[in-house]
Every structure is written in structure tokens, then in C-alpha cells.
Design a protein around this ligand. Structure first.
Ligand code: HEC
Length: 104
């Protein structure tokens, strides 16, 4: 029982942005130049983010922020953001329709 409660508490803590699905994250403007607000990449080196899995996006962002994925542009973009900001952005991009294969 304690475990169940703990799990529920952790889940609630991990997904605080779930209630605001649909609202644009405040920090989306920091990403749009390269990834687009719609998750379709605007520059050749940047990946499409639309429709990728929430967990994957969040993990990737944390890895850039921590320097485990060593990409200066991404580290700079994420540097000033809180973990709550990262979760909102991951929710936003995960909730968009994925790009068709080969889409530019
Ligand atoms: C200056 C351009 C630029 C900006 C601004 C930028 N990114 Fe990126 N992003 C990139 C590039 C380039 C990569 C690919 C890096 C690599 O090789 O790992 C990337 C990769 C990612 C990935 C990994 C995707 C995957 O499929 O592995 C995520 C998630 C991501 N960016 C989220 C964001 C978010 C959220 C923001 C805004 C806070 C942002 N990025 C701002 C250029 C940018």
C-alpha cells in the first residue's frame, strides 16, 4: 500500500504539466527557430520533435543540459530552463502529430 501511494505521489510529481495540455509552453519561443513551434525542424541539423515520446524528449533534454549529450547549441538553449519548463516542452512536442517519414 505504501508503495502504491509512493508511486501515485511520484507520478503526480513527474507530470505536473498534464493538466495544462494544449497551452503553449512559455519557453517555446526559445526552440522555435530550430525545431519550429509545430515540431518540424527549421534548420537542416535539427531533428523533428513532433510526436516523439514524452519520456524520450525529456531524457534527451536533461542529457543536453547536463552535458552528457555535448551539443553547445542545445545546451545553450536549455541552460536557463527549469525542469518544469523541460516537462512542459516535452509534453507540447510529444502531443503534436508526428511528421511523415522523409518530411522536411
Ligand atoms: C540553435 C538551434 C537550436 C535551438 C534554439 C534548439 N535546439 Fe534542440 N536541437 C538542435 C540540434 C542541432 C539538435 C541535434 C543535436 C544532436 O546531434 O544531438 C537538437 C536536438 C534536440 C532534441 C533531441 C531530439 C532527438 O530526436 O534526439 C530535443 C528533445 C531538443 N533538441 C529540444 C529542444 C528544445 C525543447 C528547445 C528549446 C528550449 C531547443 N531544442 C532549442 C538545435 C536547436
Amino acid at each position: 500500500m505504501t508503495r502504491l501511494l509512493l508511486l501515485a505521489a511520484l507520478t503526480a510529481a513527474a507530470f505536473p504539466a498534464a493538466a495544462q495540455t494544449g497551452a503553449k509552453p512559455a519557453r517555446l519561443g526559445l526552440c522555435a527557430a530550430c525545431h519550429g513551434e509545430d515540431g518540424r525542424a527549421r534548420v537542416a541539423e535539427a531533428p523533428n520533435l513532433a510526436g516523439q515520446r514524452f519520456d524520450y524528449l525529456l531524457k534527451a533534454m536533461r542529457a543536453y543540459k547536463a552535458g552528457q549529450r555535448d551539443v553547445p547549441a542545445m545546451r545553450a538553449a536549455l541552460g536557463p530552463l527549469s525542469d518544469a519548463d523541460l516537462e512542459q516542452l516535452a509534453h507540447w512536442y510529444a502531443g503534436l502529430a508526428p511528421c511523415a517519414a522523409g518530411a522536411r
